[in-house]
Design a binder for this molecule. Structure first.
Ligand code: FES
Ligand code: MG
Length: 589
């Protein structure tokens, strides 16, 4: 039985363009050398790209060296031709000066591959934080049928009978070490035990968050995000994903038909329900903008009032393996749907609506997925702040601890309002050199500020805003001070920082004129954050030399600085936004 694709496969332009057998011969001959036959390439089957994100230097995604084998079998079984190629590696933890440089670089590379080669549809293999947004941004730019195959999180980590989650264990152990409770050996042991298998971070860090969002956007098969990497279901999911992308190629089911304003608002709400990473803010805005959808600072209100129901670290207790067994993202979506917090009518990669995808889903463990009306936290979304220091910054309210709330946000008659003395650091080296300097006289009423850590300043924007208090305060039991910065923080951090401040100091944002000793006033009710400094004084300070930032060290750092926008707008390559649906025009021969 021959099937007719809804749109002629673009690979025909390479291999079977009428009257151009000379061209086809040129294109065909080199694919022959790995045993592919002319019939496979010319017989009218869709060619399915597999963007391989795993490698030895991308260990969070290394499981995909295995998953793609099953994905290929699915593609072949459904009558497609698999063609695997590498994605520029992105490894969050190890990449200096920051993996944030790689999101836009991998995006550019993937656009060129998808656009310039005979690929009809693509499997996007995702895992580590930025692999998901960079792949989806590129899929939108090119706009060929695309589906996300997550690699899945690691198994739950245990240390002496206690759950230890990746990333979160680092921030918590660092405080324990500063307090003198554990030594270096114990620190290392806890960190290693938090990573017991292949897979990406097992906390609700940025990786789990972005894979969950991909599923919530309808860009992966239901249940894909949370299956642990080593589980047998992961291989089965890869096989089903391979089969499904072939059908999507025939249906011409492209990202532009799936991604909509409604689906992104769903994602903002899902983010609150799962207690997702603050890095989701720039990534979600970037994915939306490349899909031609504007998400404004006001749109985050859609998620602000909703409850946190997933009890996972860093906001809660458990890790991803148990969340998967509790029902994972489909179960959370059913809770949201039943409580009017989800638009279930949006189309997904299955060809069905989001609501149709989850009819059989259910919550199987109420310790992990709490009832909507008895959540872990009420009003747990991102709070968007603005003021004279920045136009937009966010705060993840779900990680505000009771202790922090009691100390800073519960003054009688002024709940949610805090004033503190700014201690300003120029980048993380400056912070590390001076945080324990007695001359700064840091006490419990200080706000730690870091600048030079945004997209242009760092460059790339670094996860440095969750600054730990000086040792003498930790030893007094003060585990966190209010912090503020133009960089990001790890999604695995439990710090209630004010971060992603845009515009950043390096492009003349308000943090550039802030001085140590200034008073900063934060009002969470009004969503404001201001330095109490007179206009004339601000004007005077603006004439002084700008805070120092390091020089670029590579060609890409220089180009990135020239072309990248601010975190509030997704930190995208702004000029790239004008390129959309490039697959509608075949590239010239
Ligand atoms: Fe790669 Fe966390 S470091 S997923
Ligand atoms: Mg990170």
């Amino acid at each position: 039985m021959t099937r007719t694709p809804a749109r002629p496969f673009r690979s025909r332009e390479w291999f079977a363009a009428p009257g151009r057998s000379d061209m086809a011969a040129l294109y065909l001959e080199r694919f022959m050398n790995y045993g592919i036959t002319p019939d496979e390439l010319r017989g009218g089957k869709p060619i399915i790209g597999i963007a391989q994100s795993g490698s030895d230097i991308a260990p969070c995604n290394r499981i995909h060296l295995e998953t793609v084998k099953r994905a290929r079998e699915g593609i072949l079984a459904a009558g497609g031709v698999p063609m695997e190629f590498p994605l520029h590696p992105i490894f969050e933890n190890c990449r200096r000066p920051t993996a944030a440089l790689d999101r836009n670089l991998a995006y550019l590379g993937l656009v060129e591959i998808l656009n310039g080669y005979p690929i009809d549809a693509v499997i996007l293999t995702t895992g580590c934080d930025k692999t998901t947004p960079s792949s989806l941004m590129a899929a939108s730019t090119v706009d060929i049928p695309a589906i996300v195959l997550s690699g899945g999180p690691m198994l739950d980590g245990w240390h002496e009978g206690e759950l230890v989650g990746s990333g979160t264990v680092i921030w918590r152990s660092r405080r324990k070490m500063a307090a003198g409770e554990i030594d270096e050996e114990e620190f290392l042991q806890r960190a290693m035990e938090s990573a017991p298998s292949s897979g990406h971070c097992n906390t609700m860090g940025t990786a789990s968050t972005m894979n969950s969002i991909a599923e919530g956007l309808g860009m992966s098969l239901p249940g894909c995000a949370m299956i642990p990497a080593p589980y047998r279901e992961r291989g089965q999911m890869a096989y089903e994903t391979g089969k499904r992308i072939v059908e999507m190629a025939y249906e011409d089911l492209r990202p532009s038909k799936i991604l909509s304003r409604a689906s992104f608002l769903n994602a903002i709400k899902l983010l609150t329900a799962i207690g997702g990473s603050t890095n989701a803010q720039p990534h979600l805005v970037a994915m939306a903008r490349h899909a031609g959808i504007e998400i404004t600072p006001d749109d985050w209100r859609a998620g602000y009032d909703l409850p946190l129901v997933v009890n996972m670290q860093p906001a809660g207790e458990f890790l991803s393996e148990r969340f998967h067994r509790a029902g994972g993202i489909p179960a959370v979506l059913t809770e949201m749907l039943a409580n009017g917090a989800l638009d279930g009518n949006v189309l997904t990669c299955t060809g069905k609506t989001l609501a149709e995808n989850i009819t059989a889903a259910q919550v199987r463990d109420r310790a992990v997925i709490l009832p909507w009306d008895a959540p872990l936290k009420e009003k747990a979304g991102f709070l968007v702040l603005s003021g004279n220091l920045f136009d937009m910054a966010i705060m993840k309210t779900s990680v505000i601890s009771d202790d922090f709330r009691a100390r800073y946000l519960s003054r009688p008659g002024a709940e949610g309002v805090f004033e503190g003395r700014a201690i300003v650091f120029d980048g993380s080296d400056d912070y590390h050199h001076r945080i324990n300097d007695p001359a700064l006289e840091i006490d419990a009423d200080c706000i730690l500020v870091i600048r030079g850590s945004g997209p242009i300043g760092w460059p790339g924007s670094a996860e440095v805003v969750n600054m730990q208090p000086p040792d003498h305060l930790i030893q007094q039991g003060i585990m966190s001070l209010p912090t503020l910065g133009d960089g990001r923080q790890s999604g695995t951090s439990d710090s209630p920082s004010i971060l992603n401040a845009s515009p950043e100091s390096a492009v003349g944002g308000g943090l550039s004129w802030l001085r140590t000793g200034d008073t900063i006033r934060i009002d969470l009710n009004a969503g404001s954050c201001d330095a109490l400094v007179e206009q004339a004084e601000i004007a005077r300070r603006k004439t002084e030399p700008a805070p120092p930032i390091p020089e670029s060290n590579t060609p890409w750092e220089e180009l990135y600085r020239e072309k990248t926008g601010q975190l509030g707008e997704g930190g995208v390559l702004d000029f790239a936004l004008k390129y959309r649906r490039t697959s509608e025009k075949a590239p010239r021969h």
